[in-house]
Write a protein that binds this ligand. Structure first.
Ligand code: KG4
Ligand code: ZN
Length: 328
């Protein structure tokens, strides 16, 4: 079975061509166009600007990914959660192609997509029950995967997502958008011991998170200086990165032990962080799966992978954008 997957939930415009053969997911092509350069100028994403760029990119990205749409069996598309204008670009394009080429559509939840990036090339090694940690710009969620299609939400952030905390703190430090990779780079030169930041909810007896206090603590720190020296930026970056990672790792390992899972699956843009990858790998006593870095941030390949296991084919008339969609 061959699928064309489309992802436009935030600022990326992506299409991918995938195949499933004997339960093994093979990625044939993954094309990602981003309007990041434009968002860097505004220090973040302006939703209408992102959607307008996506209207320009969507057809070239699909043309670059698949030569002949008659050769595919289905179209997978992200229906939510995400920015409504952005989602509409992908969803309406998928519906139009479905009508013209007479191919069924498979609607995919973006968050489940992040977890299923782990099935690309390495899926046959994943055992259930598995624990999923989705850490992105909009979400920080722990979920229990009992089987394909049987996903239970365990907990999530009560305020800012981990990536959002990086992005907001990055702005406080005068770093370029997005803050996550910028802070990771600065942290390489810093001392995480210089500044002791809070580890919010690290010992709470649940699976929830809170990252907004971290931003407030950094703001207090930054306000002491008239101008930030490079060395201070390095040290604050290292401390922030360590605080976020400490919380994510502790709560993931706790949940993995409680539910006696056989695998841990990491996903979402923040999963591209090397220190998080290394720390989780060193603390996990069960096999840990992390997508390659380019498949951690938003892409259509993960949407195609999820579509093979989780969703049912539908006629185009039944598909609509669902900005508020969550784990159900
Ligand atoms: O999954 P994603 O591409 O989009 C959403 O669905 O939100 O995640 C984007 C988020 C941003 O907040 C960005 O700062 C963060 O992922 N991020 C990182 C890294 N790369 C991206 N955070 C920490 N370290 C990184 N290397
Ligand atoms: Zn995402």
């Amino acid at each position: 079975m061959r699928t064309l997957a489309i992802e436009t939930s935030c600022d990326e415009t992506s299409a991918a061509l995938l195949e499933i053969d004997n339960g093994k997911v093979k990625l044939l092509k993954n094309t990602v166009a981003t309007s990041l350069a434009i968002h860097k100028k505004t220090g973040g994403i302006v939703p209408e600007v992102a959607a307008r760029e996506q209207i320009k990119y969507i057809i070239p990205v699909i043309e670059d990914t698949v030569k002949d749409l008659n050769d595919i069996d289905s179209i997978a598309v992200t229906v939510g959660p995400g920015l409504v204008g952005s989602l509409l670009v992908g969803v309406e394009t998928a519906k139009t192609l479905s009508f013209i080429f007479n191919k069924p559509i498979i609607p995919v939840n973006h968050l489940i997509g992040h977890i299923y990036a782990n099935w690309i090339d390495q899926g046959s090694k994943i055992e259930f029950p598995a624990l999923g940690l989705v850490v992105s710009g909009g979400h920080t969620d722990l979920v229990l995967l009992e089987d394909h299609g049987k996903i239970k939400w365990l907990g999530g952030t009560r305020d800012d997502a981990a990536g959002e905390a990086f992005d907001k703190i990055g702005r406080l430090l005068g770093l370029p958008y997005p803050g996550g990779p910028a802070i990771e780079k600065q942290a390489l030169k810093g001392n995480p011991e210089k500044l002791r930041l809070p580890r919010p909810m690290i010992d709470s007896n649940d699976h929830d998170f809170s990252f907004s206090g971290l931003k407030a603590a950094v703001l207090r720190e930054v306000q002491q200086f008239e101008q930030l020296r490079n060395e201070t930026i390095h040290d604050i970056s290292a401390s922030v990165q360590e605080a976020v990672i400490d919380v994510l790792v502790k709560k993931t390992i706790d949940a993995a032990q409680k539910y006696k899972v056989k695998s841990i699956l990491l996903g979402g843009g923040v999963a591209a962080n090397q220190k998080l990858r290394d720390e989780l790998a060193s603390k996990s006593s069960v096999p840990l799966f992390i997508p390659e870095k380019s498949l951690c941030t938003d892409n259509a390949a993960m949407i195609g992978a999820a579509s093979f296991f989780n969703s049912e084919e539908a006629v185009w008339q039944r598909i609509e954008a669902k900005p508020e969609l969550y784990f159900d």
